[in-house]
Design a protein around this ligand. Structure first.
Ligand code: NAP
Length: 352
């Protein structure tokens, strides 16, 4: 049911661009591309974090260069792409990974916060895709990797702006794929949907909750995400779903979305809170980067799984059907159990 991608193109000496490469998933992926012998171009906002990440990639023996830019700024992304091709050579792989999110109910969101999440997480991906496409078209080859999420299929509470942006990336990517197919293009487009990963995201994302945010369990190590992203660049299938929970989430949403609504309403609000309170002066990275905090791992190393199953969506049809059956059975049990418990409480009140 699960399979790791076959290795196809050799990444050695190929130019690979990773946005959001100074921390978390992007930093882990940049390092792994370096180990594969690629020439790695790293894009993010904060120069010191980028420089540390660049040095880590070079420590693998690869060539790496930092290109500070805000992906929300289309001109800055274009200028970075120009410089990358001048300094490193033709771009073979472009990974759109940069993101910001915030933890806040819809009723408390400010319009400029929604705009900023959309401009970085959705439009940042669009800008990167367009910069890569215009250069790859002249050669009719190249791979664009979109880093997605289970939340590109299913919105959860407290992260509406991010979920909206990730859904938008999926719509944009699907449209582009049909155009590339229509043209008979040699450019490959692949979308890697990740589960929760132990990155600094949860330590520096803006929040209006009283408690520090946390990922929805189970959590995986950034190395697991990096393997999926590099594998997708080497063997660009339509989509990859990483981790069993991603498969379950996508299938449950397709088959029984109302049950998932109920489950998420019950579990995913407090489920995204840590025990620790948010400090009053806590910095966040929504509009500006947080200096001195750029690293690969977050605060959840104790619970992070080192490996995640990687399912290529086309190869996983049978798996999807089986998972769909399991999801229906599991969620039906949950809802029936909740209904019985609620009935029991009602009986208790009647007999009081
Ligand atoms: N962690 C998870 O649980 C999880 C789950 C599913 C999917 N994902 C996906 O994985 C990817 C990486 O997430 P992550 O958890 O690694 O995030 P992260 O730890 O918060 O790191 C975000 C990276 O993006 C950069 N960045 C932020 N805003 C930027 C901007 N405007 N322009 C350029 N770079 C910017 C950051 O550096 P600067 O601040 O210096 O710019 C940093 O390098 C995202 O696409 C996310 O949707 C993550």
């Amino acid at each position: 049911m699960f399979h790791l991608p076959d290795r196809l193109p050799d990444l050695r000496d190929q130019v690979v661009v990773v946005t959001g490469a100074s921390a978390g998933v992007g930093r882990a992926a940049a390092r792994l591309f370096g180990r594969r012998g690629a020439k790695v171009a790293l894009i993010a906002r904060e120069p010191d974090g980028l420089e540390e990440a660049r040095a880590e990639v070079e420590a693998t023996g690869a060539r790496a260069m930092a290109f500070p830019a805000d992906v929300a700024d289309a001109r800055a992304v274009e200028a970075a792409a120009d410089r990358i091709e001048r300094e490193l050579g033709p771009i073979a792989v472009w990974v759109n990974n940069a993101m910001v999110t915030l933890f806040c109910p819809v009723s408390e969101l400010e319009p400029e916060e929604i705009r900023r999440v959309t401009e970085v997480t959705y439009l940042g991906t669009v800008h990167g895709t367009m910069a890569a496409l215009s250069r790859m078209r002249t050669r009719d080859r190249g791979v664009i990797v979109q880093v997605g999420s289970a939340l590109a299929y299913r919105g959860i509470p407290l992260q509406s702006a991010y979920c909206g942006a990730k859904h938008a990336v999926r719509g944009f990517t699907d449209s582009l794929r049909t155009e590339l197919l229509h043209e008979g293009s040699g450019i490959e487009l692949t979308h890697v949907h990740l589960p929760a990963i132990n990155t600094p995201q949860f330590d520096w994302a803006r929040t209006r909750r009283r408690k520090e945010p946390r990922p929805v369990a189970p959590v995986y190590d950034p190395a697991a995400a990096a393997r999926a992203i590099v594998g997708a660049a080497e063997s660009p299938a339509r989509e990859y779903w990483v981790g069993g929970r991603t498969l379950l989430m996508i299938m449950a949403n397709a088959v029984v979305p109302q049950l998932l609504d109920l489950m998420l309403a019950r579990q995913a609000v407090e489920g995204q809170d840590r025990d620790s309170a948010v400090a009053p002066d806590r910095p966040d990275n929504l509009f500006e980067p947080v200096r001195g905090r750029h690293r690969t791992h977050g605060s959840f190393g104790d619970e992070a799984h080192p490996h995640a199953a990687i399912l290529s969506a086309p190869a996983g049809r049978l798996g999807s059907v089986i998972a769909g059956g399991l999801v229906i059975a599991g969620l039906t049990g949950l809802v029936v159990g909740s209904a019985l418990a609620a009935g029991g409480r009602a009986d208790d009140r009647t007999h009081r």
